[in-house]
Ligand binder design. Structure first.
Ligand code: PMP
Length: 366
């Protein structure tokens, strides 16, 4: 085979959380709990399942999907009070991150990003030959001053997640407002709000404000988390018109399949599922944090559907021990947070199993 592009050479493949089947098979365990990928423990929206099970649905599969996702864009536009032209849809919000790179980055350009944060930001920069410029996420926060100091005339994109992954803390609205005021207009701001629906109201940033004021901002959302559709891959963005147009220009013709579009449309209307999912996370998150703190463990303040637990010891052996007990969590080292584990908020039964397994793991791992 020919040599890889140097950009591809610099990429380490994404390491997903271990799958249930893999762990069941490899370790011969019958009961396995997966709390590693921030999925919805209540499952998919029932309204979405209903649509996929309709007899007519499968019969239309010989047709291409609507490459401009007209119905979904209209519904999302109505929901968020923006023009359908300002809505973009992708094969997960992952794809939208990459499309931003493909639209705006040339080799040697710079991408400013929170660190530690979601690994896709660095993937996008590397794939397109751009330079990654990290700004520290410290105490769960990114300071506007640090971002502004990192921006140069070569900066094209800024990736910030709120709540941030893997820390779970929502960024200070005041810092984001400062960024809107002071960032140069040549920087596209991608505010990744995959976990927005779990944020307590008093911590919410008005991310559509900059979009409405015509700034080159995009708020990225997803159907993977609160709507429970991670397996179908649908994410969306609400953006200033030129940013939305840029994404529509570079995307593949049929990037979001028929099942994904139909399920997303139904899930969007399923307010009951959203309410139940949010309530479960809010209640269980508070309970889980209390229990962890009662054990002397510190947790980063979380406004997401996961909690970053500071163990005060090496995370690898603890995560491995949990795995052997049938509880899958994310060890901190690959996420850039050594000495911590990231655990998704699950069903009450799953959270209890996690805590009991953690007690056993901490009793034996140094
Ligand atoms: N952004 C963040 C911060 C995430 O944690 C995730 C999920 N791992 C995503 C984006 C990607 O979500 P999607 O399933 O929509 O691609």
């Amino acid at each position: 085979a020919p040599p890889l592009r140097p950009e591809a050479e610099r990429i380490t493949p994404y390491q997903p959380g271990r799958s249930l089947e893999e762990v069941r098979r490899e370790l011969g365990l019958s009961q396995v709990v997966k709390l590693a990928s921030n999925e919805n423990p209540l499952g998919p929206s029932p309204r979405a399942l209903e649509v996929l099970a309709r007899p007519g649905f499968l019969e239309g599969l010989h047709r291409y999907p609507d490459g401009s996702f007209r119905l979904l864009r209209e519904a999302l536009g109505r929901r968020h009070g923006v023009d359908p032209e300002q809505v973009v849809v992708g094969n997960g919000s992952d794809e939208l991150l990459k499309l931003l790179g493909e639209a705006y980055l040339q080799p040697g350009d710079e991408v400013v990003m929170g660190s530690p944060s979601f690994s896709e930001y660095s993937y996008v920069a590397r794939l397109l030959g751009a330079r990654e410029v990290p700004v520290p996420v410290s105490g769960g926060q990114v300071r506007a001053e640090d971002v502004l100091a990192a921006v140069t005339p070569r900066t094209r994109l800024l990736f910030l997640a709120t709540p941030n992954n893997p820390t779970g803390t929502a960024l200070e609205p005041a810092e984001l407002e400062r960024l809107e005021e002071r960032l140069p207009g040549g920087v596209v701001v991608a505010l990744d709000e995959a976990y927005r629906e779990y944020v307590r109201p008093e911590r919410l940033f008005d991310s559509l404000g900059p979009v409405r004021r015509g700034r080159p901002w995009i708020s990225l959302r997803t159907f993977s988390k609160i709507y429970g559709l991670a397996g179908l891959r649908v994410g969306y963005g609400l953006a200033a018109a030129p940013v939305a147009q840029a994404i529509m220009r570079v995307k593949e013709p049929f990037n979001v399949n028929q099942a994904a579009q139909a399920a997303a449309l139904a899930a969007l209307e399923d307010e009951e599922h959203v309410r139940r999912s949010r309530e479960l996370v809010w209640n269980q998150r508070a309970w889980l944090v209390r229990e962890l703190e009662r054990r002397g463990l510190r947790c980063d303040p979380s406004d997401a559907n996961f909690v970053l637990v500071r163990l005060g010891r090496a995370d690898g052996p603890v995560a491995e021990n949990l795995l052997h007990q049938g509880v899958i969590v994310r060890p901190g080292v690959p996420l850039g947070v050594p000495g911590a584990i990231r655990v998704t908020v699950g069903l009450p039964r799953e959270n209890l199993l996690f805590l009991e397994a953690l007690d056993r793991a901490l009793a034996v791992e140094p």
